[in-house]
Ligand binder design. Structure first.
Ligand code: ADP
Ligand code: MG
Ligand code: ZN
Length: 617
């Protein structure tokens, strides 16, 4: 809370309390009323004809004297008394009647309707006042500036990034050249619109960046802003539907208004899938669906609405282009789609270069080699790797970041941070056999990825790790390679079985992996003859219970299950044979593991007595 608003808050609170007090003081003035005894004072006054009117509630009688009466030290017209239960009611009634005393049905000081309302609703009004105050403050802070009580809610929260302040440029983006080139073109549209207009070319309205998380979509958009030299409005899609229902659409409207006024300009909507999900799809059961739809409709309307010559380009980014509403993707909207792919090894090296620009590197650091040993890593991972290495070097007191810092940082990222738990000798041996099993099977199975590291140091959730990564980036796997993966995953459990004749819980994630691959082979990749060349698995993000998933007959479901079992069982048998046949190698590898805890690629192959090069060939 800012100091000024804190003070203002207290002031308003004080005013509200004062008002409440004032209302009570005005409408419910405390009247003086004396308490008199029933006998003698009350009865005497009645007999003297000095009682004007009374009213009673239970045994309590309140009333008014004609003339003021003094009782003890007090003197007043208003009085109150208590009728004893044993008093003769009939006699009293008779007396009152004789003396012409008015008997009211209501106590004289009962509150009027207005007073009742005020007293019962006063606190509520106070709360409502406070609520409105908070609303004003919240929306005021978000939108900035004055406005109606609720008017601020519809305001776009998009951040306008001034072109001069934008420091990211295309130099900061590496390894995703194809995507970059397309955006360089967009920047050119904005800088030289005439060049295109002369030839009658229409500037694209929307450019959709799609690709896995961390590949640099947001970065790329910011670089466009930095290069184009035009105002850049950036907003995350979830911001549109945040807070209160009904404002998503008006925020969109507001954002586009602002952009049109500032044209040429770029509007960037990050995480577009948060609103752009296909309508009537699997999101239907979740609340907020209508709101999302309205927001989406508004985006569509705005994109159709603005003048192509106005020079507003909408950039969108998403990790899930597959779930986007087709209406967003048709020509005239996000008609240009740029796929941002994970970088290949050359790209990774360039990204490492970009991120180590300000990091002093030791001579022994070979970025080329690091890039080669990190297939599958995207820009964000590599940025993280460089940072972790630098942190490690600082902690170790190095002058420059050394090769060892990189290898250890990579190990920490890939395998997880080491966990300090004490294991007894028996458990360690068992873990060594489990990991040794994965490793041995990996070394001996043609088509399996080479074993890079075996470790029996507990990390994260795992008690041990065997790391296998491919020689090159892989985009496509053959059936044999998938089966090899199943064998390697099963190797740990199989080794335990072969050596101990019993099993442990340690293979849970292995089993998940095996099941996942086998299920994919049968249900998605058409690798089972019985099921055939059809997709029977629900698409990602769709469960069979939700609309939009393809219906599959229960007979097919059953067939899929039996086929998955068949594949897994076949591979399990083959793995059992393999491990049993190479039991001696396994034992040697386990001894080495127990001694060194972690073995690198070459040490592991040497310990097992397997020629590394022979298996590649
Ligand atoms: P996305 O939006 O695709 O999920 P980001 O653009 O947010 O990913 O990337 C996160 C960070 O990772 C960036 O700020 C940048 O430091 C780094 N990064 C990602 N991709 C690249 C790349 N191609 N070149 C350089 N740095 C990258
Ligand atoms: Mg992003
Ligand atoms: Zn395992």
């Amino acid at each position: 809370m800012l100091p000024w608003s804190g003070r203002r808050f207290l002031a308003i609170l004080a005013v509200l309390f004062f008002l409440n007090w004032l209302i009570v003081a005005i409408f419910a003035p405390g009247e003086e009323r004396i308490r008199v005894p029933y006998n003698p004072t009350f009865l005497t006054q009645v007999r003297d004809g000095n009682v004007k009117e009374i009213s009673s509630r239970g045994d309590t009688v309140q009333g008014e004297f004609r003339e003021e009466v003094k009782y003890e030290d007090d003197q007043a017209k208003q009085f109150e008394t208590e009728i004893p239960t044993f008093a003769n009611d009939e006699e009293l009634s008779q007396l009152l009647e004789n003396e012409n005393v008015t008997i009211n049905a209501e106590p004289p000081d009962s509150r009027s309707l207005l007073e009742t309302i005020l007293f019962s609703f006063g606190p509520t009004l106070l709360l409502v006042g406070l609520f409105i105050f908070f609303l004003r403050r919240a929306s005021g802070a978000a939108g900035g500036g004055a406005g109606g009580v609720l008017g601020q809610f519809g305001r776009s929260r998009a951040k306008l990034v001034e072109s001069e302040k934008q420091t990211v440029t295309f130099d900061d983006v590496a390894g995703i050249e194809e995507a970059e080139e397309q955006l360089v073109e967009v920047v050119d549209f904005l800088r030289n619109p005439d060049k295109y207009a002369k030839l009658g070319a229409r500037i694209p309205r929307g450019v959709l960046l799609s690709g896995p998380p961390g590949t640099g979509k947001t970065l790329l958009a910011r670089a466009v802003a930095g290069e184009a030299g035009v105002p850049f409005f950036s907003a995350s899609a979830s911001e549109f539907i945040e807070a209160i229902v009904g404002v998503g659409a008006s925020r969109v409207r507001d954002l586009f208004r602002q952009a049109e006024e500032a044209a040429p300009a770029i509007v960037f909507i990050d995480e577009l899938d948060a609103i752009g999900r296909a309508r009537g799809g699997s999101g239907g059961v979740l609340s907020g669906h209508d709101e999302r739809e309205q927001t989406l409709n508004q985006i569509l309307t705005e994109m159709d609405g603005f003048d192509p010559a106005a020079g507003v380009i909408v950039l969108g980014a998403t990790n899930r282009p597959d779930v986007l509403d087709p209406a967003l993707l048709r020509p005239g909207r996000f008609d240009r789609r740029v796929a941002v792919q994970p970088p290949d090894s050359v790209g990774r090296e360039m990204i490492l270069r970009v991120h180590s620009r300000s990091v002093p590197l030791d001579d022994d650091v070979d970025l080329h080699q690091i890039a080669q040993s990190t297939p599958g890593m995207v820009g964000a991972d590599l940025a993280n790797l460089v940072n972790e290495a630098a942190l490690l070097a600082a902690r170790r007191g190095h002058e420059k970041v050394a090769r060892a810092d990189f290898t250890d940082a990579l190990e920490k990222i890939v395998l997880g941070a080491e966990r300090k738990i004490v294991l007894n000798e028996e458990d360690r041996r068992r873990i060594a056999y489990h990991e040794g099993g994965h490793a041995i099977v990996g070394m001996l199975t043609p088509g399996a990825d080479p074993v890079r590291k075996v470790s029996i140091i507990p990390r994260g959730q795992a008690l041990g790790v065997t790391l296998s990564t491919p020689e090159d980036d892989r985009f496509n796997y053959s059936q044999d390679e998938l089966r090899a993966k199943i064998r390697v995953s099963a190797g740990g459990r199989v080794a335990e079985e072969v050596v101990y004749g019993s099993v442990t819980t340690g293979a849970e994630s292995d089993i998940q992996q095996v099941t996942g691959i086998a299920r994919g082979m049968v249900a998605r990749w058409g690798m089972s003859e019985k099921v055939g060349f059809v997709t029977v698995a629900p698409q990602q993000g769709q469960s069979p219970l939700l609309p939009g998933a393809d219906p599959v007959s229960s007979a097919t479901q059953e067939l899929v299950d039996t086929e998955v079992r068949r594949i897994v069982d076949e591979e399990l048998d083959a793995t059992r044979e393999l491990v049993a046949a190479h039991r001696e190698r396994l034992d040697r590898l386990v001894e080495a593991l127990l001694e060194h805890e972690t073995l690198d690629e070459l040490d592991a192959y040497a310990a097992a007595g397997i020629d590394r090069l022979q298996t590649i060939a």
